[in-house]
Design a protein around this ligand. Structure first.
Ligand SMILES: [Ca+2]
Ligand SMILES: [Ca+2]
Ligand SMILES: [Ca+2]
Ligand SMILES: [Ca+2]
Length: 307
């Protein structure tokens, strides 16, 4: 009875919420017990805002470190400010935002944050700042605490962890796409138009990204993050005949040379960046299948055995 109430309140998304709550809170306990547990407060904690299907325009601000000496040439943290529907009729791959934002920082008393890391030196260039590899992790946090102004490079606590920016629910891990951005270059994942210097710089960075398998089972689905399967849209054409990408990024990165994230003695430059990212949201195949079968519990059991 209680579960039915939750389903109605969440506009029919109770199934998704159950699954996420199940994975996050209950672990290996039997499904029957999990269903009982889901009737409690854990349901609300596990829920994230879910974007609608179709083109998305995601605005974010970030702070980053650019280290020409490497080995990690670039990393940083970001706070998503707004998520809007994109107009893919006017521009099929850059789709400008249309209408009011669908989500704004603070909605639902939550924040969406990101950390990018692991970018190493790409194909050398005298005019471009190229990197290869790297990931960006997206988080939804219903105890918001990220403060872009106060964040310090010293708040990094690990390869992919940073105080107040990597807590909450993982939405997806996105790998920057090697070879996707420069014709004839199968190495570079992100290319920037300005090489960082102590005199200050402003550049534009372009890249593509793909949602990746996090739990190591070889497939990308909701077990790899609350948005992992819906961001796996394979929408954006890329260079070099490679398969379509899931996300497209274009950032402006700039520094006056007196930025608080600078560490000039080590040839590390701090920069502010702004967005946007584009994604094309697709349906959750597993959720639709489960709904169609009307066998949510059995489906969860099957998933558990498979995993
Ligand atoms: Ca938090
Ligand atoms: Ca946070
Ligand atoms: Ca997986
Ligand atoms: Ca994909």
């Amino acid at each position: 009875m209680k579960k039915m109430t939750v389903d109605k309140k969440q506009n029919g998304k109770g199934v998704k919420i159950m699954k996420k709550g199940f994975m996050k809170k209950v672990g290996a306990i039997a499904v029957a017990l999990a269903a009982v547990t889901m009737c409690g407060t854990s349901v609300a904690q596990a829920a994230t805002w879910m974007p609608p299907l179709g083109p998305l325009y995601i605005k974010f601000d970030n702070k980053e470190q650019l280290n020409l000496a490497g080995p990690e040439v670039n990393w940083g943290v970001a706070l998503i400010s707004t998520v809007s529907a994109g107009n893919n009729g006017s521009d099929p791959y850059n789709f400008p935002p249309t209408g009011n934002p669908l989500w704004t920082d603070g909605d639902g008393n939550a924040e969406i944050t990101a950390m990018f890391y692991g970018l190493t030196a790409g194909t050398p260039s005298a005019t471009a700042f190229n990197s290869t590899g790297g990931f960006i992790d997206l988080y939804y946090d219903d105890t918001p605490d990220a403060d872009m102004a106060a964040a310090s490079a010293a708040d990094r606590t690990g390869v992919s962890s940073f105080n107040n920016f990597t807590d909450g629910v993982l939405l997806a891990r996105i790998a920057f796409y090697n070879g996707a951005i420069i014709a004839g270059d199968l190495v570079t994942s992100v290319t920037g138009t300005a090489i960082p210097t102590a005199g200050g710089f402003t550049g534009f960075a372009n890249s593509f990204g793909n949602v990746v398998d996090v739990n190591g089972d070889g497939i990308v689905d909701e077990l790899d993050g609350a948005w992992a399967d819906i961001l796996d849209g394979n929408y954006f054409p890329v260079q070099n005949g490679l398969a379509n990408a899931d996300l497209k990024f274009r950032n402006i990165y700039e520094s006056t040379g007196s930025h608080s994230w600078d560490d000039l003695g080590r040839q590390i430059f701090g920069a502010d960046s702004t967005d946007p990212a584009r994604a094309y949201v697709v349906p959750e195949p597993s959720t639709m299948l489960l709904l169609g079968m009307g066998l949510v519990g059995a489906g969860l059991m099957a998933r558990r055995r498979k995993a």
